[in-house]
Each structure stands twice: as structure tokens, then as C-alpha cells.
Design a protein around this ligand. Structure first.
Ligand SMILES: Cc1cc2nc3c(=O)[nH]c(=O)nc-3n(C[C@H](O)[C@H](O)[C@H](O)COP(=O)(O)O)c2cc1C
Length: 369
């Protein structure tokens, strides 16, 4: 069990403070201490949503290649927290353009980065911070230097955790929000622990706001994690397939057609493309012809790449042409609950139905019975 000293004040955002609305987050002059979104304050009922200034406890996962400014803006406009996903190789122009779009609706928004990418240079984070995100998530590696920079700019910091060891890291004081990301989730992460065990572990271990991620795609999923004590749900796959996602239309079709059993967790796509993800982070993607052949045979794949290095370029080509038999379509088990091509606003409105589910559960199980 991760250690936590409950006698220490929880490092929880102050309820009723919206960084994007009431404090100059990331403003050139810097936020004044009074405006800063973090403060020593006991856990408030709706702490994180209130601190972020969002109406719905819903966050679209930052997804490189899917969550650009258009998606982030649509989710924020609908009352959730829209997030940009920043991967490796994003140009400065692209970052400013997408961050402008996200910030353009005048609502709180955020961005997610890969720690192992930022280890080379913090410049992509610096570029995004110029646009004053309210939340900066740094996952997949050591988040320290990026978290310090984000906090200096007045943003709240988050880290996705996929194991008890990662949870211990996120309980350090530089991380404000713990995102429990189970192995059923889409895209990169760990495949060690599922969402519910992680969520229960984290909620028992900390007074920091905890957000649940992985396998949540319906109002039922949102209700489950909110009832357990999560302060928000972090939804990836369903948004990856929606109208505003940057994903290839054929990738969206493939997610829409996939069932819950149709995903595989593998490093094969990264190995084939020469993407230097740390080995502990594979990715969950839809099964396709490529992964059926190589997902369980990395040595054979390395031999095949030595014999025919053009495989890497072929995958790149398949990604741009939308050949989903060869290209990775990163998606989680919730693909089976993701109809695809809906608007982000419709998804947020549907997920907001979690309230009716909580009310009906409370009616079925009144206290004291
Ligand atoms: C297409 C796709 C791309 C992703 N890219 C990123 C990323 O760039 N950064 C990140 O922190 N997480 C990324 N993730 C993981 C998500 O943040 C989140 O953990 C996951 O989507 C949650 O599970 P779900 O897909 O079942 O909702 C990605 C997920 C998907 C589906």
C-alpha cells in the first residue's frame, strides 16, 4: 500500500477557483499567489471540477494523433475538460495552432505529454504553457522537470499511473491529480493492473483528487467511478472515434466496428516503426493482420525487420492511407461501446447521464437497509 500521511494537509485544488477563468494561468507576469489554483485545503465535495471550473466531471484523454485542438475545444465547450495530446515530433507551429484552438472557446482546457519525450526537451511544454492550460498531464516516465515547469506557469499537474509503484510516484507533492489508468485502456500505458483495483488503491491512499481512466465509455462507467470516489472520468477511445478526432476516418470506422474482445496489448507496432517507447509501455490497439502475426513474437519481428527494413515505411504509409490491416489503431476495450463519428458534444451529453444512474442506485440501495 503506498504510504500517505493523512495528518498532512491534502494538496487539493481550492474549490470554486477556476484557473482559466479567475487566474492568469501562465500569464507572462505569472499568477499571483492568491489566484493560484493550488492551496492547502481539505477535500471539497466537487473539488477538482470546481477547481478546474468545469460543469461535468468528464475529461477527454490527451491522445497524440487524435486529440487536437478541435476535440479539446468541443469537449470544453460542452462542459468537460478538453485535452490536447502531444506526442513526439510535434512542430512548434502545430502546437501553437492546436493550443489556440483549445483555448479559443474561453473555457478551461488541458494538455497531456509523454515524460520520455519531454526528457529530450521541455520546449513543446513551454509552447503549450504560453496558452495557459489549466491542467498539464505528464505520463510514461519521470514527470518531475515538466511538472515543475507546469506548476510555475500556474497549471495543475496530473500523472497517469498504471501500477502501485507509479501510484507511489504520483503521491509526491509535485503531482496534483492522480489519474488511475487501467490496462483495459486504449493507447499506450501499462497492462499490469485494471482500472478498478487501481482506483480503489489510490482512493484509499490519498486525499489528492483521483481521476479514473481505462474502459470508461458510457454513463454507466462514469457513474461507477464517480460512485467509488473518483473526481472525474478520463475517456479516450470513445472520443478517438468521434467526429472532431484527428484519427483517420477509417480508423474511426474500425473502432466503431470493433467489439470489446477485439484489442491486443503489444509493443510490436512501436518496434516495427522504431519508436523508442520505454519497454514497460506497450499499447492497446485493435487486432489486425499485423498484430496477429507479430504481437507475441518480438524476436521474429526484429529478424523480419533486419531482412526487410521497408516494413517500417509500409506501416507509415498505412497510417496515412488508413489501411487498418497494417497500421496501428490504438483503442481500448471500450471500442465495443464506441459507435464512432458522433460529435464530442453528444458524447458529453450522454455521459452526463451518470447522475440519473447514481440517483437510481441510491433509490435501490437506500442507506441503512
Ligand atoms: C488513440 C489513443 C492515443 C493516446 N495517446 C496518448 C497520449 O498521447 N498521451 C497520453 O498520456 N495518453 C494517451 N492515450 C491514453 C489515454 O490517455 C487514456 O489512458 C486511455 O485512452 C484511457 O482508456 P480508454 O481508451 O479505454 O478510454 C491514448 C489513447 C488512445 C486511445
Amino acid at each position: 500500500m503506498p504510504s500517505h500521511d493523512p495528518t498532512q494537509p491534502a494538496d487539493v485544488p481550492r474549490a470554486g477557483t477556476s484557473p482559466a477563468h479567475s487566474s492568469p494561468v501562465g500569464a507572462p507576469a505569472g499568477p499571483s499567489p492568491a489566484d493560484h489554483p493550488r492551496a492547502d485545503h481539505p477535500r471539497a465535495g466537487h473539488g477538482l471540477a470546481a477547481a478546474l471550473g468545469i460543469a461535468e466531471p468528464l475529461i477527454n484523454a490527451p491522445m497524440a494523433g487524435a486529440a487536437g485542438g478541435l476535440l479539446a475545444a468541443a469537449v470544453s465547450a460542452a462542459g468537460g475538460l478538453g485535452m490536447l495530446g502531444v506526442g513526439g515530433g510535434a512542430s512548434d507551429d502545430w502546437l501553437h495552432e492546436q493550443a489556440d484552438l483549445a483555448a479559443g472557446v474561453g473555457r478551461p482546457w488541458g494538455a497531456g505529454f509523454m515524460a520520455w519525450v519531454l526528457a529530450d526537451s521541455l520546449d513543446p511544454l513551454r509552447a503549450v504553457l504560453e496558452h495557459r492550460p489549466s491542467l498539464v498531464c505528464v505520463s510514461f516516465g519521470e514527470p518531475g522537470p515538466a511538472a515543475a515547469l507546469a506548476r510555475d506557469a500556474g497549471a495543475l499537474t496530473a500523472m497517469q499511473v498504471g501500477s502501485a509503484a507509479e501510484l507511489r510516484r504520483a503521491l509526491e507533492p509535485d503531482i496534483d491529480v492522480v489519474v488511475c489508468r487501467g490496462g483495459e485502456g486504449g493507447g499506450h500505458g501499462r497492462d499490469e493492473v485494471a482500472t478498478l483495483p487501481l482506483l480503489q488503491l489510490a482512493l484509499d491512499a490519498t486525499d489528492k483528487p483521483v481521476v479514473a481512466a481505462g474502459g470508461i465509455a458510457t454513463a454507466r462507467g462514469v457513474a461507477a467511478v464517480i460512485a467509488a470516489g473518483a473526481q472525474a472520468a478520463w475517456v479516450g477511445t470513445r472520443f478517438a472515434a468521434c467526429a472532431e478526432s484527428l484519427s483517420h476516418p477509417r480508423a474511426k470506422d474500425a473502432i466503431a466496428a470493433a467489439g470489446t474482445d477485439d484489442t491486443v496489448y503489444t509493443r510490436a507496432f512501436d518496434i516495427a516503426q522504431g519508436i523508442p517507447w520505454p519497454a514497460e509501455f506497450g499499447g492497446r490497439a485493435l487486432r489486425n493482420a499485423f498484430s496477429r502475426r507479430w504481437a507475441a513474437d518480438y524476436e521474429g519481428l526484429a529478424d523480419a525487420l533486419n531482412a526487410d527494413p521497408s516494413l517500417s515505411a509500409a506501416i507509415e504509409e498505412a497510417r496515412s492511407s488508413g489501411d487498418t490491416s497494417l497500421a496501428p489503431v490504438y483503442a481500448g476495450q471500450s471500442a465495443g461501446m464506441s459507435p464512432g463519428h458522433e460529435t464530442a458534444a453528444d458524447i458529453v451529453a450522454e455521459l452526463a447521464g451518470f447522475r440519473a444512474l447514481l440517483a437510481s442506485a441510491a433509490e435501490r440501495w437506500p442507506a441503512g437497509r
